[in-house]
Design a protein around this ligand. Structure first.
Ligand SMILES: C[S@@+](CC[C@H](N)C(=O)[O-])C[C@H]1O[C@@H](n2cnc3c(N)ncnc32)[C@H](O)[C@@H]1O
Length: 634
């Protein structure tokens, strides 16, 4: 039986990559180190050692790359009080710096996210760029979020006067995008909002991170409906949305046909073929074999294609269409032949285009109105995107069962869009929002209304938007009960409008979070494993995260002789964090294995949790006899 020691780090990306390299080129490894000359020889003409090769670089790039690869020592602590529908929801709201959070999600969500939408700071010279601290990013984050007092915010704007204006932005974006790519499914896709300030730089780093061949589109979104008359040069009316796929297996989904398009199909012959509209029977490309007379059976008049054009089909095809009653001779039956185009035979959707006008997806003002409507006051957030804009991105990319991530979540318009689309098409899409608890300005409307940081606005928006969408469904249900019976509308209770809140913090376990200046004492402290003030639930969630288990899996509690066993994902992982445990626990776990019958069961105990060594040995024996082969200690 294995007894694994779980370590406190997030995924170690470098060793994961080295392992992959070893599998492909075992011959280039010598005593676990890479022999670069050998690697070059193996790769032959594919290596480039010319100093003048095409490449995009800036000050700090290699440091930013290292930063992406350094595992996080932090954790995500659950916050039940601020969550909604904790026991059932599949959605997550995570408060924290997205760099650390993306690192922590690497194990649980690697290759699982279908779509990422981000709307990062555009680097306009006025927005806040969170400065990463390379030596201790987590400590830096904790200090920054705690130390917001009368001095106001600690996060500084990235002003154009700064000699490193673009560099600062690139150093912030580069490691985050690298980590984000790992979370995408192979058929996943990322949409990034940006304006002209950083468009070129964004495109270049995405080319490097995702591969030029995975560029999908540069969408132009008409964000405004009226020009700014006092604009110095041009009044900018649009933003860009850059789209990259993880690999060529991404398939865009057609957009639903509009009612305007469908309205054209207004005739029905009651022959079971459905609605049709008339279409031209002539084609532009001339073919001599498709020039022949078609006789109107009602008038016996012959019709020829006009000079230079031909019929849409050969003689045999047209005869077949006549037999099938697919040719129409005008409403009175006495006209020239036309083709009947059936609705169920045309493409069942619209190909997405790269021009998104405001009348289709909303504009900035509509986004502000949407917030105002929800909060019943002036919008508490300055730069929301319309949820309709993000809904369009989800429609194109994410089938009904998908995970959608936004790690610059702001007011959570992305979560709003996910819930809204689910309410329209009965989808089960889940969202993960990540947002820095950036303090709101003391003079702002938001602050005065009690929202002290952006996370408070984001969470409240989800609560309000969810309730509003549910109320809309309830109204539909009352007005059209037959629609509900025919499954044409979603049952309000089936809609997931909840979210589990997690907050970035240092590890809950002392040994995963040692005080490096006082190592001896912190080792002694580690005997009583938890950091003061942390709960068992904190530790259970940390184990799930570090083990790579989805944070939304159901968590149940069982009790034996006053000791608690947590069951994660219907028995996939059993956790007992009590001390002085005896073999009762093992027997109960075996009973639960029979009851829950998970595919595989893994069991976690506290390192020093057993009453004595013989209990530990007997526990292992009982579990092994029941087919449980993996015991983990923390
Ligand atoms: C342009 S706003 C996003 C607006 C959002 N799309 C909406 O519709 O409300 C960018 C957000 O990213 C957040 N942010 C900036 N740096 C961050 C970081 N390091 N981690 C997490 N969030 C960050 C900012 O606080 C801001 O709310």
């Amino acid at each position: 039986m294995n007894e694994t020691k779980l370590n406190g780090q997030s995924a170690d990306i470098v060793s994961g990559n080295i392992q992959k390299l070893k599998e492909i080129f075992p011959e280039v490894f010598c005593e676990d180190k890479i022999d670069f000359e050998k690697l070059q020889a193996v790769l032959g003409e594919y290596t480039d050692d010319d100093n003048e090769r095409y490449n995009f670089t800036w000050w700090g790039k290699s440091r930013a790359l290292r930063l992406a690869q350094t595992p996080s020592m932090g954790t995500l602590r659950p916050c039940k009080e601020e969550s909604k529908d904790w026991d059932t929801t599949q959605n997550l709201y995570i408060e924290g710096d997205n760099l650390e959070v993306l690192k922590l999600l690497q194990k649980s969500y690697h290759g699982k996210v279908k779509m990422i939408y981000i709307d990062p700071p555009y680097n306009t010279g006025k927005d806040f760029i969170y400065p990463d601290n390379y030596s201790d990013p987590l400590k830096n984050y904790l200090e920054m979020t705690k130390q917001v007092d009368d001095d106001g915010r600690k996060i500084s704007t990235n002003s154009e006067a700064s000699g490193r204006f673009h560099t600062n932005w690139l150093n912030m974006m580069y490691p985050r995008l690298r980590l984000a790519r790992n979370l995408l499914r192979d058929d996943g896709v990322i949409f990034i909002s940006i304006d002209d300030n950083e468009l070129e730089n964004l495109k270049k780093i995405c080319n490097e991170i995702f591969g030029e061949e995975n560029f999908v589109a540069n969408i132009v979104w008409q964000k405004k409906y009226a020009a700014t008359n006092d604009a110095k040069g041009f009044s900018v009316m649009h933003d860009h949305i850059i789209v990259f796929q993880k690999s060529e297996t991404f398939n865009r989904i057609l957009l639903p046909r509009t009612s305007k398009q469908n309205k054209l199909y207004k005739y029905d012959d009651d022959d079971g073929k459905g609605l049709w509209r008339s279409d031209n029977l002539l084609v532009k490309t001339f073919s001599q074999s498709s020039v022949f007379p078609i006789t109107n059976p009602n008038t016996n008049k012959d019709y020829y294609p006009p000079k230079g054009s031909s019929w849409r089909g050969s003689r045999e095809t047209i005869e077949k269409w006549l037999e099938e009653n697919r040719i129409f001779f005008g409403r009175d039956g006495k006209g020239a032949p036309q083709l009947k185009r059936y609705l169920n035979e045309v493409q069942q959707g619209r190909v997405p285009v790269t021009w998104w006008p405001f009348h289709e997806v909303g504009h900035n003002d509509a986004a502000n109105k949407e917030m105002k409507n929800l909060f019943k006051t002036k919008s508490p957030f300055d730069t929301p995107k319309p949820s309709t804009l993000i809904k369009r991105m989800i429609q194109i990319s994410s089938p009904e069962e998908s995970i959608i991530l936004d790690f610059f979540a702001g007011s959570s318009s992305c979560a709003h869009a996910v819930m809204k689309l689910n309410s329209e098409d009965n989808g089960q899409r889940k969202f993960i929002m990540v947002q820095l608890p950036e303090p709101t300005d003391r003079k702002s409307e938001a602050y005065k209304s009690g929202y002290k940081n952006i996370c408070e606005i984001g969470k409240e928006r989800i609560r309000r938007a969810g309730e509003m969408i549910k109320a809309e469904l309830q109204a539909k249900q009352t007005n059209q009960p037959s629609m509900l019976e025919e499954n044409k509308i979603v049952h309000p209770n089936d809609l997931d409008i909840g979210f589990k809140v997690f907050k970035l913090d240092s590890s809950n376990l002392k040994k995963w979070n040692p005080d490096s200046e006082n190592l001896e004492e912190s080792l002694l402290d580690a005997i009583e494993n938890y950091v003061e003030g942390r709960s068992e639930l904190d530790v259970v969630c940390e184990i799930m995260l570090k083990y790579g288990i989805d944070l939304t899996l159901p968590l149940e509690e069982y009790e034996v002789g006053g000791k608690k066993i947590y069951s994660v994902g219907y028995g996939a992982l059993m956790i007992c964090l009590d001390r002085d445990i005896i073999t009762d626990i093992a027997n109960e776990i075996v009973r639960l294995k029979k009851k829950l019958s998970p595919e595989v069961m893994r069991v976690v105990f506290k390192d020093n949790g057993f009453k004595d060594d013989s209990v530990k040995t007997n526990t292992k024996e009982i579990l092994r006899n029941a087919g449980i082969d993996e015991i983990v200690s923390v």
